[in-house]
Design a protein around this ligand. Structure first.
Ligand code: PXP
Length: 237
């Protein structure tokens, strides 16, 4: 059964709308754990639009499960990761003008810098996944730079307009999951997953973990974060 890492970024999005102290992503992370989350994910963006350094540091000190730090491949984030020592770093591309992470990492064009980042973090015993589009050549590049695993971008599947498109995206994800596994890479998946579309991706047995944020935080406004997490856990398996 795949595990669920709950991304609490958007609790901080609401707080930052008023630059206040509530709602607190730390409380949300602890409640998500109580409801069965296997891990907590935060994306410390370079522009600090939601999660702040304080959030990351307090979440690190308080959660009992696994911390997945999503970050851009920059010197600043590298130093923060070495200091925080999350159970996992997921390297993501970042653009200031985007609403959310839009595409996967361009591993090929940044082979040298990604390899050095991965090597440095792994030397500090921090596993590193790369967030990538489900493309076989990119999986092979992740293997080449020594990544611990991949997080397959499920955004195109989530946004597919027709059944055919959805089936094609699912197949791409499933084929890449098999290839990644064959190369002994960890296989995670995420982006745009919600209560309605999780079923078919949950059935891809190679996927070991789902990173889900927006849909869980959105539902928690109505039912509370514990029920929202419990329901997603139930759907995952
Ligand atoms: N995985 C990665 C690498 C992400 O950047 C995000 C969005 O922050 C997610 C998963 C979660 O996506 P969503 O909020 O759409 O569930």
């Amino acid at each position: 059964m795949a595990t669920l890492s709950v991304n609490v970024d958007h609790v901080a999005t609401v707080r930052q709308a008023r630059l206040d102290t509530e709602p607190d992503p730390v409380t949300a992370a602890l409640k998500a754990e109580l409801a069965g989350a296997d891990g907590i994910t935060v994306h410390l963006r370079e522009d600090r639009r939601h999660i702040q350094d304080r959030d990351l540091s307090v979440i690190r000190k308080t959660i009992k499960s696994s911390l997945n730090l999503e970050m851009a491949a920059t010197e600043e984030m590298y130093k923060i990761a070495l200091d925080i020592k999350p159970e996992l770093v997921t390297v993501v591309p970042e653009k200031r003008e985007e609403l959310t992470t839009e595409g996967g990492l361009d591993v090929k064009s940044n082979l040298k810098s990604i390899k050095s980042l991965v090597g440095g973090l792994k030397a500090a015993a921090i596993p590193v996944n790369l967030f990538i589009d489900a493309v076989p050549d990119v999986i092979k590049e992740c293997h080449r730079v020594g990544a611990s695993g991949v997080e397959l971008h499920t955004g195109r599947y989530a946004e597919a307009k027709t059944e055919n498109e959805k089936r094609a995206e699912l197949k791409r994800i499933a084929d890449c999951a098999v290839l990644a596994k064959r190369l002994h890479l960890k296989v995670h998946a995420g982006h745009g997953l919600d209560y309605r579309n999780i079923g078919p991706v949950r059935d891809i047995r190679e996927i070991e973990e789902f990173a889900i944020g927006f849909s869980i935080i959105a539902r928690s406004i109505y039912v509370g974060i514990e029920d929202a997490v419990r329901e997603m856990k139930r759907l995952i398996g």
